[in-house]
Design a protein around this ligand. Sequence first.
Ligand code: SAM
Ligand code: SF4
Length: 333
Amino acid sequence: MSCSKPLVDAFQRRISYLRLSVTDRCDLRCTYCMPERMTFLPKKEVLSLEELHKLGLGMIERGITKIRLTGGEPLVRRDVIELVRALGRKLGDGLDELTLTTNGTRLEEFAGELYAAGVRRVNVSLDTMDPALFQELSRRDRLNTVLRGIAAAKRAGLHVKINTVALKGLNQDEIPFLVEWAGTNGHDMTLIETMPLGEVDGERVEHYLPLPAVRDVLEQRFTLTDIDHSTGGPARYVRVEETGGRLGFITPLTNNFCASCNRIRVTATGQLYACLGGAEKVDLRAALRSDAPDANLAAALDEAMRIKPERHHFRIEEGAAPAQPRHMSVTGG
Ligand code: SAM
Ligand code: SF4
């Protein structure tokens, strides 16, 4: 991409954060994320390592300063570490941060290599510390593997933020314990409301837990002080005075965060979604595989800026279809 015009959308929001999904596959089957019998994409539809690298470089040239690799589970992609190394070379040269969101099952294996490639922070999803509930929620018996992964990441020097989806009647009563555990172990933590993305086996609304109610419960036990901390994402942070830890709330349903949106998402097949909750997209894979990839990528990115909507329109209601048919594992959250 030769054009280095910054990415600014029709609402004058400067886009500097790319969430890049490297695979739609996953070794867990979290019930709120996907059905047990999830259909995954044929490999040929997924961008190659070279295509992902080219895309990343092109985005950095257009002013993307933060890249988060995600999935599906990014660490189940065989060559992902090569991509991390290749993009890591741009740190300090256009790229300020390279990070990833992972379920942690392969962190024990990869933590050292991630650190060596320049990664300093990772988000690890952990909804419970109860082995039976972990098995129920993720449909796999992997809690100890994840906990070993978190410990290995910490030893390697990675800062681990814990992401927890708040689920009514499931991990609801455990949330204060998780907050305490994260804080006393030096992990920041973010609580997330479940979002209506893609069909799952049950009714998501049954377990939808609005975070303002969670905050009220936490305040009976902890002193929460609002702070200005920002990681470039939509979370609103508090400090938990008793542990010194930071706790973020991502509340797409109760309080939308669109006005300050600085991000775009690209799926593993190179579809750039301008909004997590919208259908607006451009096809970067077609551009990359065309006769004039540089010019066509530049044009596709301009088009993405033109179509990025002002806000999402999530609602979660019994019996209603998901806001978008695609799963979170497609756009990577
Ligand atoms: N597999 C990795 C992981 O779990 O961290 C990365 C991809 S996963 C789709 C990213 C995040 O999205 C995870 O924290 C997961 O809990 C969250 N997530 C998945 N489906 C969701 C949904 N429908 N609503 C809210 N969060 C969801
Ligand atoms: Fe896999 Fe992450 Fe979805 Fe769980 S939330 S099924 S770990 S992609």
